[in-house]
Structure formats: C-alpha cells, structure tokens
Design a binder for this molecule. Structure first.
Ligand code: ARG
Length: 266
C-alpha cells in the first residue's frame, strides 16, 4: 500500500547504520557523509549492544547492525517518519550514553524493570522473554541446582540480577562478562559450568553450536520479562512517537512478519 525507500549509507562509525524511512522523497547517498542530504530532519541516534543475536549483532560481511530489534525499530521509524541511525554501544555504559544525550533512545533487548524505570522511561513492551540456563551436561535445571556451580552471566543484566539475588552478593561463583558471547564462550571453554541469559539468545546460540550438544532449562520461578525501548527520563515526545509506532506495526501485521522472520519455526 505504502511505498517507501530505504537508504543504507556508509557510516563514519564502524558499526553504524543509517536508515531513512517514511514518506519522504528518495534521497541520494552523500559520499563521505551520512547526513548531508537530510536537510532539517532530525536523525535519532539509537544505541544498541550489538552482540546479542538474533536481536542485535554486527553482520560480519556488511559491518551493519542487524537483527530483530533493528527491524522492529526500522519499522517503527517508517511509520513515524523518523530517520534513525544505529550505533553499537557496549552494554556497560549504554544507560549512561542515554542519560548524557549521546544516544536518543536504546533498543537492546532491554527488560523493563522497576529499578531501571527510576532512571529512564520505557516504551510499551514489544517482546516477551525469560531467563534460560544452559549447560553441557543438562544437570542444572533450576536456580537451586546453581548452588556450588560456576555461573557465567552478562554483567548488569537481568540474568545477573536473578542469579545474584538468589545466591547472594557474596557468592563467589558468579562470573560476570561484558557480553553474552563471552559468557557463552566461557561455558564452552569450561571456565564456567553454566551460563544464564535471555532465552532468545541462548536458543540461537545452541542452534548455531549443535556440535557442543548443549542443554537448556527454564526454572518455573523465572519471571516473564518484557523488552522495551528506553528513552531519557521525561522525553515524552519521543516516547509517544515510539509507542504510536509500536501500536501501528502491531495493528497492520508488520510486527508479526518481523517476529516470524526471526522466531517463526521454533
Ligand atoms: N534482557 C536482559 C536485560 O535487560 C539482557 C539484555 C542484554 N542486551 C544486550 N544487547 N546485550 O538485562
């Protein structure tokens, strides 16, 4: 129904990606720059920790940030006539970058939590998740089974919080890594006995590492988590736009198409 055109421009940032969407006239790429042709249109800088496939990762061939989250935000941007640029931003520091204005909003499989709501505002939820335990032998199925084990998590994630709350701050066996791939590598190397992380990421990893014969489990006590887009506290103008976009892509089936593309046959 609607015609739209996207331009991918070489970004000055290694893992940056510029996406132009919405009912604006097609623009030609400006060599060497990413905003020369954009006139007065604001370009929203979107922070994402792109080490979290299938939600966000850097495509090894194109160096562009790709994934479910990226497609969702592009679709929202198209509906809202927003120009967005994704900038790879390490998890450790991603919320600071939002707070100090270096990023306009974040998409990073971020779980909406009461604690985080104190320092940032969240859009409506766009994805349901939960924690998942992954191990080599499958002997660890519940939080309780984690006792006495070495556990790998991504530092400062909800997985970290759940494990730390259960085992206590002083439990020595929790190894906190800067990224989820590092925690999973530690499992592979035997540096930890299990890893705990978001189900979507763990499932993707297990699928892509079949030879390792990894086992997964979900403790029924793990709460449901919901991902939201994060904006700086008080930025209701942007928040309203994003929520409007989320509503639109849900209503017209765009969200379902993106969902099926990534999670269709599981
Ligand atoms: N959902 C978890 C949380 O909010 C993990 C998110 C990690 N995201 C990422 N792109 N590394 O804590």
């Amino acid at each position: 129904l609607k015609t739209w055109k996207s331009l991918m421009l070489a970004s000055t940032l290694a893992a940056g990606l510029t996406f132009v969407a919405a009912g604006c006239a097609p623009k030609s790429a400006a060599p060497g720059g990413d905003s020369a042709q954009s006139g007065n249109q604001k370009e929203y800088v979107v922070g994402t920790d792109a080490s979290y496939a299938p939600f966000e990762s850097v495509d090894s061939k194109t160096q562009q940030v790709v994934g479910f989250d990226i497609d969702v935000v592009k679709a929202i941007a198209e509906k809202e006539g927003m120009k967005v640029k994704f900038v790879n931003t390490p998890w450790d520091g991603i919320f600071a970058a939002l707070n100090n204005g270096e990023r306009d909003f974040l998409v990073s499989a971020i779980t909406i939590t009461d604690e985080r709501k104190k320092t940032m505002d969240f859009s409506d939820k766009y994805f349901e998740a939960t924690q998942m335990i992954v191990s080599k032998d499958g002997s660890v199925k519940t939080l309780n089974d984690l006792k006495g084990k070495k556990i790998g998590v991504q530092n400062g994630t909800t997985g970290d919080t759940i494990v730390t709350d259960f085992l206590g701050k002083d439990y020595k066996g929790i190894k906190r890594y800067d990224s989820m791939p590092l925690a999973l590598e530690a499992l592979k190397n035997g540096d930890v006995d299990v890893a705990v992380g978001d189900n979507g990421v763990v499932i993707d990893y297990v699928k892509n590492n079949k030879a390792d014969n990894l086992h997964t489990a979900i403790d029924p006590k793990f709460p449901k988590e919901y991902y939201g887009l994060a904006v700086k506290k008080g930025n209701t103008e942007l928040l309203n736009k994003l929520n409007d976009g989320i509503k639109k892509i849900n209503e017209d089936g765009t969200y379902k198409k993106i969902y099926d593309k990534y999670f269709g046959q599981q």
